[in-house]
Design a protein around this ligand. Structure first.
Ligand SMILES: [Zn+2]
Length: 330
Protein backbone atom coordinates (compact mmCIF):
# COMPACT_ATOMS: atom_id res chain seq x y z
CA UNK A 1 0.00 0.00 0.00
CA UNK A 2 1.30 3.45 -0.92
CA UNK A 3 0.70 6.33 1.44
CA UNK A 4 1.02 9.85 0.07
CA UNK A 5 -0.25 13.35 0.66
CA UNK A 6 -2.71 15.28 -1.48
CA UNK A 7 -4.39 18.55 -0.55
CA UNK A 8 -2.88 18.26 2.95
CA UNK A 9 -4.61 14.95 3.52
CA UNK A 10 -3.07 11.55 3.85
CA UNK A 11 -4.11 9.32 0.97
CA UNK A 12 -3.68 5.58 0.53
CA UNK A 13 -3.52 3.51 -2.59
CA UNK A 14 -3.04 -0.16 -3.33
CA UNK A 15 -2.56 -1.63 -6.80
CA UNK A 16 -3.45 -5.19 -7.67
CA UNK A 17 -4.48 -7.36 -10.59
CA UNK A 18 -7.58 -9.48 -10.84
CA UNK A 19 -7.75 -12.53 -13.02
CA UNK A 20 -10.99 -14.23 -13.98
CA UNK A 21 -11.53 -17.93 -14.69
CA UNK A 22 -10.81 -17.35 -18.39
CA UNK A 23 -7.43 -15.84 -17.56
CA UNK A 24 -8.34 -12.25 -18.39
CA UNK A 25 -6.40 -9.83 -16.24
CA UNK A 26 -7.43 -6.37 -15.22
CA UNK A 27 -5.35 -3.94 -13.21
CA UNK A 28 -7.14 -2.26 -10.30
CA UNK A 29 -6.45 0.43 -7.73
CA UNK A 30 -8.22 0.78 -4.40
CA UNK A 31 -8.11 4.14 -2.69
CA UNK A 32 -8.07 5.34 0.91
CA UNK A 33 -10.34 3.34 3.23
CA UNK A 34 -10.78 0.66 0.58
CA UNK A 35 -7.03 0.35 0.23
CA UNK A 36 -6.74 0.05 4.01
CA UNK A 37 -9.48 -2.59 4.11
CA UNK A 38 -7.74 -4.54 1.40
CA UNK A 39 -4.38 -4.34 3.17
CA UNK A 40 -5.88 -5.34 6.55
CA UNK A 41 -7.52 -8.30 4.87
CA UNK A 42 -4.32 -9.41 3.15
CA UNK A 43 -2.32 -9.02 6.36
CA UNK A 44 -4.34 -11.74 8.04
CA UNK A 45 -4.54 -14.08 5.04
CA UNK A 46 -2.24 -16.92 4.09
CA UNK A 47 -0.40 -15.40 1.10
CA UNK A 48 -0.74 -18.57 -0.97
CA UNK A 49 -4.52 -18.57 -0.81
CA UNK A 50 -6.65 -17.13 -3.58
CA UNK A 51 -8.45 -13.92 -2.79
CA UNK A 52 -11.67 -13.01 -4.51
CA UNK A 53 -12.53 -9.35 -4.87
CA UNK A 54 -15.94 -8.02 -5.77
CA UNK A 55 -15.72 -4.46 -7.00
CA UNK A 56 -18.76 -2.25 -7.04
CA UNK A 57 -18.91 1.18 -8.69
CA UNK A 58 -15.41 0.83 -10.06
CA UNK A 59 -14.39 3.43 -12.58
CA UNK A 60 -12.38 2.88 -15.72
CA UNK A 61 -9.48 5.28 -15.80
CA UNK A 62 -9.54 5.92 -19.52
CA UNK A 63 -13.14 7.04 -19.33
CA UNK A 64 -12.35 10.42 -20.84
CA UNK A 65 -11.59 8.82 -24.16
CA UNK A 66 -14.61 6.61 -24.63
CA UNK A 67 -17.11 9.12 -25.86
CA UNK A 68 -18.79 6.31 -27.85
CA UNK A 69 -20.11 4.84 -24.61
CA UNK A 70 -21.52 8.18 -23.59
CA UNK A 71 -23.19 8.58 -26.99
CA UNK A 72 -24.62 5.06 -26.79
CA UNK A 73 -25.96 5.66 -23.32
CA UNK A 74 -27.55 8.88 -24.49
CA UNK A 75 -29.16 7.25 -27.52
CA UNK A 76 -30.54 4.49 -25.29
CA UNK A 77 -32.02 7.07 -23.01
CA UNK A 78 -33.63 8.86 -25.93
CA UNK A 79 -35.04 5.62 -27.36
CA UNK A 80 -36.33 4.64 -23.97
CA UNK A 81 -37.89 8.03 -23.53
CA UNK A 82 -39.75 7.63 -26.83
CA UNK A 83 -40.79 4.06 -26.20
CA UNK A 84 -41.75 4.87 -22.63
CA UNK A 85 -40.55 1.44 -21.62
CA UNK A 86 -39.92 0.50 -18.04
CA UNK A 87 -36.81 -1.55 -18.75
CA UNK A 88 -34.63 1.54 -19.11
CA UNK A 89 -33.01 0.95 -15.75
CA UNK A 90 -31.52 -2.40 -16.67
CA UNK A 91 -30.35 -1.28 -20.10
CA UNK A 92 -28.90 1.83 -18.61
CA UNK A 93 -27.01 0.16 -15.81
CA UNK A 94 -25.45 -2.46 -18.04
CA UNK A 95 -23.97 0.20 -20.29
CA UNK A 96 -22.99 2.68 -17.60
CA UNK A 97 -19.58 1.86 -16.30
CA UNK A 98 -18.96 4.96 -14.23
CA UNK A 99 -22.37 6.34 -13.41
CA UNK A 100 -21.46 8.23 -10.26
CA UNK A 101 -18.53 10.07 -11.75
CA UNK A 102 -20.46 10.83 -14.92
CA UNK A 103 -23.44 11.98 -12.95
CA UNK A 104 -21.68 14.24 -10.49
CA UNK A 105 -18.96 15.73 -12.67
CA UNK A 106 -20.44 15.86 -16.14
CA UNK A 107 -24.16 15.39 -16.55
CA UNK A 108 -25.42 18.10 -14.23
CA UNK A 109 -24.26 21.65 -13.57
CA UNK A 110 -22.60 22.44 -10.28
CA UNK A 111 -24.30 25.11 -8.18
CA UNK A 112 -23.66 26.91 -4.93
CA UNK A 113 -26.32 26.86 -2.23
CA UNK A 114 -27.23 30.46 -2.88
CA UNK A 115 -27.66 29.81 -6.61
CA UNK A 116 -30.37 27.24 -6.00
CA UNK A 117 -33.07 29.61 -4.84
CA UNK A 118 -32.42 31.80 -7.89
CA UNK A 119 -33.05 28.99 -10.37
CA UNK A 120 -36.24 29.60 -12.33
CA UNK A 121 -36.63 26.40 -14.36
CA UNK A 122 -36.93 22.79 -13.32
CA UNK A 123 -33.56 21.09 -13.38
CA UNK A 124 -31.17 18.85 -11.51
CA UNK A 125 -27.85 20.13 -10.25
CA UNK A 126 -24.95 19.16 -8.02
CA UNK A 127 -24.15 20.99 -4.79
CA UNK A 128 -21.19 20.38 -2.50
CA UNK A 129 -22.18 21.25 1.05
CA UNK A 130 -21.76 20.23 4.68
CA UNK A 131 -24.62 18.92 6.82
CA UNK A 132 -25.09 21.26 9.76
CA UNK A 133 -28.44 20.29 11.28
CA UNK A 134 -30.70 17.24 11.16
CA UNK A 135 -34.26 18.58 11.32
CA UNK A 136 -35.86 16.14 13.71
CA UNK A 137 -39.27 17.80 13.72
CA UNK A 138 -39.94 16.47 10.22
CA UNK A 139 -39.46 12.90 11.40
CA UNK A 140 -37.22 10.38 9.77
CA UNK A 141 -39.33 7.88 7.83
CA UNK A 142 -42.48 7.38 5.83
CA UNK A 143 -44.68 4.34 5.26
CA UNK A 144 -44.18 3.22 1.67
CA UNK A 145 -45.97 0.97 -0.79
CA UNK A 146 -43.80 -2.09 -1.19
CA UNK A 147 -44.54 -2.19 -4.92
CA UNK A 148 -43.60 1.37 -5.91
CA UNK A 149 -42.06 2.92 -2.73
CA UNK A 150 -44.52 5.79 -2.83
CA UNK A 151 -45.75 7.11 0.46
CA UNK A 152 -49.03 5.43 1.36
CA UNK A 153 -51.88 7.49 2.71
CA UNK A 154 -54.92 6.67 4.77
CA UNK A 155 -58.09 6.76 2.71
CA UNK A 156 -59.02 10.04 4.40
CA UNK A 157 -55.72 11.64 3.40
CA UNK A 158 -55.98 10.19 -0.08
CA UNK A 159 -59.41 11.70 -0.70
CA UNK A 160 -57.92 15.15 -0.13
CA UNK A 161 -55.01 14.46 -2.43
CA UNK A 162 -56.46 12.57 -5.38
CA UNK A 163 -58.19 14.15 -8.33
CA UNK A 164 -60.02 11.07 -9.50
CA UNK A 165 -60.87 8.27 -7.15
CA UNK A 166 -61.38 4.67 -8.19
CA UNK A 167 -64.55 3.03 -7.01
CA UNK A 168 -62.63 0.26 -5.28
CA UNK A 169 -60.98 2.95 -3.16
CA UNK A 170 -64.28 4.70 -2.45
CA UNK A 171 -65.58 1.49 -0.91
CA UNK A 172 -62.69 1.10 1.54
CA UNK A 173 -62.90 1.78 5.26
CA UNK A 174 -61.58 5.26 6.23
CA UNK A 175 -58.48 3.86 7.93
CA UNK A 176 -57.51 1.68 4.94
CA UNK A 177 -54.19 2.49 3.35
CA UNK A 178 -54.06 3.69 -0.23
CA UNK A 179 -51.06 4.01 -2.54
CA UNK A 180 -51.45 7.20 -4.59
CA UNK A 181 -49.31 5.83 -7.40
CA UNK A 182 -50.87 2.37 -7.69
CA UNK A 183 -54.24 4.10 -7.08
CA UNK A 184 -55.51 1.19 -5.05
CA UNK A 185 -55.57 -0.19 -1.55
CA UNK A 186 -52.06 -0.90 -0.32
CA UNK A 187 -51.86 -4.11 1.63
CA UNK A 188 -48.08 -4.41 1.67
CA UNK A 189 -46.38 -1.53 3.41
CA UNK A 190 -42.75 -0.98 4.29
CA UNK A 191 -40.82 1.80 5.98
CA UNK A 192 -38.44 4.06 4.08
CA UNK A 193 -36.12 6.81 5.24
CA UNK A 194 -36.87 10.44 4.66
CA UNK A 195 -34.68 12.88 6.57
CA UNK A 196 -34.52 16.68 6.39
CA UNK A 197 -31.09 18.20 6.74
CA UNK A 198 -29.88 21.76 6.72
CA UNK A 199 -26.71 22.02 4.67
CA UNK A 200 -24.27 24.86 4.19
CA UNK A 201 -21.52 25.98 1.84
CA UNK A 202 -19.56 29.24 1.61
CA UNK A 203 -22.56 31.02 0.08
CA UNK A 204 -25.39 30.09 2.42
CA UNK A 205 -27.61 27.35 3.78
CA UNK A 206 -30.63 25.43 2.53
CA UNK A 207 -32.82 22.47 3.50
CA UNK A 208 -32.59 19.19 1.60
CA UNK A 209 -34.73 16.07 1.96
CA UNK A 210 -32.77 12.84 1.73
CA UNK A 211 -34.47 9.58 0.88
CA UNK A 212 -33.97 5.93 1.61
CA UNK A 213 -30.84 4.82 -0.26
CA UNK A 214 -28.80 7.84 0.73
CA UNK A 215 -29.80 7.82 4.38
CA UNK A 216 -29.10 4.10 4.53
CA UNK A 217 -25.64 4.80 3.18
CA UNK A 218 -25.00 7.14 6.12
CA UNK A 219 -26.82 5.27 8.87
CA UNK A 220 -25.82 1.75 7.85
CA UNK A 221 -29.14 0.01 8.51
CA UNK A 222 -32.56 -0.03 6.91
CA UNK A 223 -35.45 2.15 8.04
CA UNK A 224 -37.70 -0.85 8.60
CA UNK A 225 -35.12 -2.55 10.83
CA UNK A 226 -34.75 0.58 12.93
CA UNK A 227 -38.51 1.10 13.12
CA UNK A 228 -39.18 -2.50 14.02
CA UNK A 229 -36.67 -2.27 16.82
CA UNK A 230 -38.31 0.95 18.06
CA UNK A 231 -41.81 -0.49 17.99
CA UNK A 232 -40.74 -3.65 19.75
CA UNK A 233 -38.96 -1.74 22.49
CA UNK A 234 -41.89 0.68 22.85
CA UNK A 235 -39.79 3.68 21.94
CA UNK A 236 -41.54 5.05 18.87
CA UNK A 237 -41.02 8.74 19.60
CA UNK A 238 -37.27 9.13 19.75
CA UNK A 239 -35.12 10.12 16.84
CA UNK A 240 -33.09 7.00 16.21
CA UNK A 241 -29.83 8.31 14.76
CA UNK A 242 -26.68 9.59 16.29
CA UNK A 243 -26.54 13.09 14.89
CA UNK A 244 -22.80 12.68 14.60
CA UNK A 245 -23.45 10.25 11.77
CA UNK A 246 -24.72 13.20 9.72
CA UNK A 247 -23.19 16.33 11.16
CA UNK A 248 -20.21 17.97 9.50
CA UNK A 249 -20.38 15.48 6.68
CA UNK A 250 -19.30 17.14 3.46
CA UNK A 251 -21.05 15.57 0.50
CA UNK A 252 -21.97 16.19 -3.09
CA UNK A 253 -25.75 16.28 -3.40
CA UNK A 254 -27.56 15.85 -6.68
CA UNK A 255 -30.78 17.76 -6.11
CA UNK A 256 -33.91 18.45 -8.12
CA UNK A 257 -35.53 21.81 -8.58
CA UNK A 258 -39.12 20.73 -9.29
CA UNK A 259 -42.15 22.48 -10.65
CA UNK A 260 -43.54 22.29 -7.13
CA UNK A 261 -40.51 24.17 -5.76
CA UNK A 262 -40.98 26.88 -8.37
CA UNK A 263 -44.77 27.22 -8.22
CA UNK A 264 -44.94 27.34 -4.45
CA UNK A 265 -41.65 29.08 -3.77
CA UNK A 266 -40.98 25.98 -1.70
CA UNK A 267 -37.33 25.99 -0.70
CA UNK A 268 -36.87 22.44 0.46
CA UNK A 269 -35.19 20.42 -2.27
CA UNK A 270 -35.25 16.71 -2.88
CA UNK A 271 -31.92 14.92 -2.98
CA UNK A 272 -31.73 12.42 -5.83
CA UNK A 273 -28.40 11.01 -4.79
CA UNK A 274 -25.39 11.74 -2.60
CA UNK A 275 -21.74 11.13 -3.34
CA UNK A 276 -18.97 10.96 -0.75
CA UNK A 277 -16.14 9.88 -3.03
CA UNK A 278 -13.23 12.09 -1.91
CA UNK A 279 -11.75 12.27 -5.40
CA UNK A 280 -15.03 13.41 -6.94
CA UNK A 281 -15.51 15.94 -4.13
CA UNK A 282 -11.99 17.27 -4.69
CA UNK A 283 -12.69 17.73 -8.37
CA UNK A 284 -16.01 19.42 -7.74
CA UNK A 285 -14.53 21.78 -5.19
CA UNK A 286 -11.57 22.56 -7.40
CA UNK A 287 -14.19 23.77 -9.88
CA UNK A 288 -12.21 22.49 -12.81
CA UNK A 289 -15.19 20.81 -14.38
CA UNK A 290 -16.90 22.12 -17.45
CA UNK A 291 -20.57 21.28 -17.02
CA UNK A 292 -22.76 20.31 -19.87
CA UNK A 293 -26.24 21.54 -19.11
CA UNK A 294 -29.28 19.30 -19.10
CA UNK A 295 -28.88 17.37 -22.37
CA UNK A 296 -29.22 14.02 -20.69
CA UNK A 297 -32.60 12.74 -19.61
CA UNK A 298 -33.07 12.68 -15.89
CA UNK A 299 -32.73 9.41 -14.07
CA UNK A 300 -35.81 7.81 -12.67
CA UNK A 301 -35.75 7.47 -8.95
CA UNK A 302 -38.40 5.27 -7.55
CA UNK A 303 -38.01 6.60 -4.09
CA UNK A 304 -38.73 10.16 -4.94
CA UNK A 305 -42.37 10.82 -4.65
CA UNK A 306 -44.43 13.28 -6.62
CA UNK A 307 -43.42 16.78 -5.89
CA UNK A 308 -46.99 17.29 -4.72
CA UNK A 309 -46.50 14.92 -1.83
CA UNK A 310 -43.16 16.42 -0.88
CA UNK A 311 -44.76 19.09 1.20
CA UNK A 312 -44.74 17.79 4.71
CA UNK A 313 -46.63 18.38 7.83
CA UNK A 314 -46.42 17.11 11.35
CA UNK A 315 -49.77 15.48 10.62
CA UNK A 316 -48.32 13.32 7.92
CA UNK A 317 -45.56 12.23 10.29
CA UNK A 318 -48.14 11.27 12.91
CA UNK A 319 -50.03 9.26 10.31
CA UNK A 320 -46.74 7.58 9.45
CA UNK A 321 -46.22 6.70 13.10
CA UNK A 322 -49.54 4.97 13.46
CA UNK A 323 -49.18 3.13 10.15
CA UNK A 324 -45.75 1.82 11.09
CA UNK A 325 -46.98 0.78 14.54
CA UNK A 326 -49.75 -1.22 12.94
CA UNK A 327 -47.22 -2.76 10.57
CA UNK A 328 -44.84 -4.10 13.17
CA UNK A 329 -47.31 -5.00 15.90
CA UNK A 330 -49.09 -7.52 13.73
ZN1 LIG B 1 -47.75 1.66 -5.00
Amino acid sequence: MDTYEKAHKERKRINFELQDVDGNIVGCTSWNEYAQQFKDFLDIKNPTESVMAVIQHGKINEWHEIDEVFQLRKSLLVQQGQAGGSSSQSILSSTTVFPVRQEFLIDYPKKNVDDIIEIETTMSCVVVATIKIVQENYGWFYPACRKCFKKVLTKTEYLQYAQTIAESVMNLAPTSLVCPKCEEECTSVTIKFKVHVRVQDETGSVTFVMFDKDVMKIVGSSASDIREHQVKSNDTQSFPFEHTQFLEKKLAFKVDITQYNLNHDYRVYTVQKICDDPDILDELVADNVVSRDGDVADEVSQEVWDSKAVQLSEDSQRAGDSISNRLFRR
